[in-house]
Ligand binder design. Structure first.
Ligand code: ATP
Ligand code: LTN
Length: 336
């Protein structure tokens, strides 16, 4: 990537599960299109997954699968920097420094920490607590301007801003203060089994995975919960018809059609016609992604070249920021 004055965009997803339609429509699908406007860095947040016990073999496999899926979703490695977080050691190093500029009280207030404690009562480890300082390091190392994430990550981004401002106030201008870049409400895909909660890998029945077989996707859409109102008509009404509205949202996101066009297309049709049609549209949208990701996964050499080059490019920037930070806090400059 040539030197430009473009703004920096950066985001990561933990390879702790398979990517699903929510991750795709809410995040990854839009990332690929940003490359002309921004210098983009996308990574697998593999160090972050260690805060919850992982199966080592599965973690290694998922990290590569996620990379293949990022590329298959249109994130071109020629135009974006794609890498594994653990391959750029500056993340862990800056993470340690930032731990020393993050308050116990701030970390205690993080809702993700509280949620994860409730879910992993037998493994409330230090990493789970200091997760946000490592995330701040991920972001601040690259002098990031924008962090495209879901609503749930806004609190971590706010903390990152506070850490950056605190550090800058003590040592002078060191970090760019980043902004969360949260997509419009439409990007919130809800569970097919329960339209009042968001589609998430922890609810596999209501969740459609990118690599899922077409017949399984079709079955999930046929069984999708619709609304128990008397009129079985396709109309967007999030409040009174959340199930159908969620399906319309998905159909609109994958076909590019407006809600008006969709209402017209299915005028007079019941849910029995609409649900399989949404399933078919999703199957067709995901087919090329699944095929390309499968092809890429068989080409381990190529994937290796992508993450090697990505880590090399990322390291150049990360090293520069870390060197500056070490100097500011008073560490003696490394002689080699
Ligand atoms: P969990 O199972 O822990 O809830 P998840 O499946 O929601 O995880 P994350 O890894 O937390 O996924 O999210 C990765 C990114 O995908 C987030 O930044 C968010 O923008 C996006 N995302 C996740 N779920 C959805 C959803 N249902 N709709 C839209 N975007 C989503
Ligand atoms: N915490 C995020 C994953 C994540 C991230 C980041 C996102 C780790 N480091 C830096 C954006 C920028 C999550 O759980 N979705």
């Amino acid at each position: 990537m040539e030197e430009t004055k473009k703004k920096i965009m950066l985001s990561g997803i933990q390879p702790s599960g398979d990517l699903h339609l929510g991750n795709y429509l809410g995040a990854v699908k839009n990332w690929g299109a940003r490359a002309e406007e921004f210098d983009c860095y996308y990574f697998m947040a593999d160090l972050h997954t260690l805060t919850v016990r992982q199966d080592p073999k599965l973690l290694r496999r998922r990290s590569l699968e996620q990379l293949a899926q990022y590329i298959a979703c249109g994130i071109d490695p020629e135009k974006n920097v794609l890498f594994l977080q653990s391959h750029v050691h500056e993340h862990a190093e800056l993470g340690w420094i930032l731990n020393c500029y993050t308050m116990f009280g701030e970390l205690s207030r993080m809702t993700q920490f509280k949620d994860k404690c409730a879910k992993n009562a037998d493994n409330i480890n230090g990493g789970l607590f200091t997760y946000p300082s490592l995330m701040a390091a991920d972001i601040l190392l690259y002098q990031t301007d924008y962090v495209p994430v879901g609503e749930d990550q806004r609190q971590h981004c706010e903390l990152t801003r506070n850490i950056a401002v605190r550090f800058n106030n003590i040592y002078g201008e060191t970090f760019k203060v980043p902004e969360a870049y949260v997509p419009k409400a439409g990007a919130r895909v809800m569970s097919l089994g329960n339209p009042s909660s968001k589609m998430s890998k922890s609810d596999p029945n209501g969740c459609v995975f990118l690599m899922e077989k077409p017949e399984d996707i079709a079955r999930k859409f046929k069984r999708a919960i619709t609304d128990s109102d008397t009129e079985s008509c396709v109309r967007f009404d999030m409040e009174n018809k959340p199930g159908v509205s969620n399906l319309m949202n998905i159909y609109s996101a994958v076909t590019g059609k407006s809600f008006e066009e969709i209402e017209k297309e299915f005028d007079g049709c019941g849910y029995g016609v609409f649900k399989p049609a949404v399933g078919d549209a999703v199957i067709e949208a995901l087919r090329p992604i699944r095929e390309e990701a499968t092809r890429l996964l068989n080409d381990k050499e190529y994937l290796r070249s992508v993450y090697t080059e990505g880590a090399q490019k990322a390291s150049v920037i990360a090293r520069k920021t870390l060197r500056k930070v070490y100097k500011k806090v008073g560490l003696v400059e490394k002689p080699f």
